[in-house]
Design a binder for this molecule. Sequence first.
Ligand code: OGA
Ligand code: MN
Length: 284
Amino acid sequence: MGLSIKKLLPGYGAEITGVDLTGPMDDATFADIEAAFYEYSLLVFHGQDFTDETQAAFSSRFGELEKTVTAVAGIFDEIADLSNVDKEDKILDPSSKRSLYLSGNQRWHTDSSFKRVPALASLLSGREVPPRGGETEFANMRLAYEALPEERKRSLEGLVSEHSFAYSQGLLGEELLTPEQEAALPPVPQAVVRTLSNSEKKTLYVGRHASHILGMPVEEGRALLAELLEWVIQPRFTYLHKWSDKDLVMWDNRCLLHRGRPWDEAKYRRVMHRTTVAGDAPAA
Ligand code: OGA
Ligand code: MN
C-alpha cells in the first residue's frame, strides 16, 4: 500500500498513512512527505515506533537539526525531552522546577523563536501518552494573517518584535534558566509579519517568546502582541491533536503556533521526544 494523504481541516493539516518513517525510505516517498509538509503545515502519522536514533535520522532529511537548550544527560543533543519522567524513569513531582520549566510548553508559542534563526519544523513523537488530556493544540498564523483587513495588514508591515527566552521563562517563575543559558540566548529581533522563504506567502509571527515591539513603548507593544495572539487563536484557525501512543506530529514553526494541554501530571506518564529542524534565515 502506498502513501495516502487525508486533509484534517479545510485550511491546513493532513494525516498521512501507508508509510513507515522509522526505517529506510526512498527519495521519492520522502519528496512526497516533504511536499505535503510545505503544503499542509501540519502532518500527523500514526504507529511510528521511533527510537531517538531513528527519529533523528528521519528528521534530519528535512535539514540540519537544532541542539536543545537543556540537553538532558543520557539523551543526545538533538532530542528535546518534554516528558514528565526523570532520569530514573519516575514521574516528576508536578511542583518541581523541571515541571515548572516544561509548563511553558502549555503557553502558545512557536519553537525557537527566541533564536536569531528560528526553527523551521518540529517533529514530536508521543512515546507514551496519558489516557486523557495532554493534547497538543495548533493555531495557524498564516491563515490568521490572510484574514486580517488589508488596512490592518498595512499597519503591521515592517514592525519588529523582540523575542527572548529569558522573558518568556521569567513569566513562569524565577531562576528557571542558569546564567549560562541566559547568556547563550540574548534577545533577538523577529518580524511581526514574516514572508515564508519558499513562497511569497506572509504570516504573522507571534507567541509567548515575543516580549515587545522595537521602537514602541513596551506596554503598548505588549498589548499589540496580545491582541494579535488573540486573533490567531480563534477556533477557526486552531486544531487539537489527541494523541495515541506512537503518533508522530510534525509542524511548520514559521507559520503555526502550538501549545500542550494540561493533564493529570501526578498520575499519568507523558513521554514525548522532539526533534527540531533548524531554519535557514532570521525572520527579521
Ligand atoms: C513542543 C511542544 C507541546 C506538547 O514539542 O515543542 O511545545 O503538547 N509540545 O507537549
Ligand atoms: Mn514547543
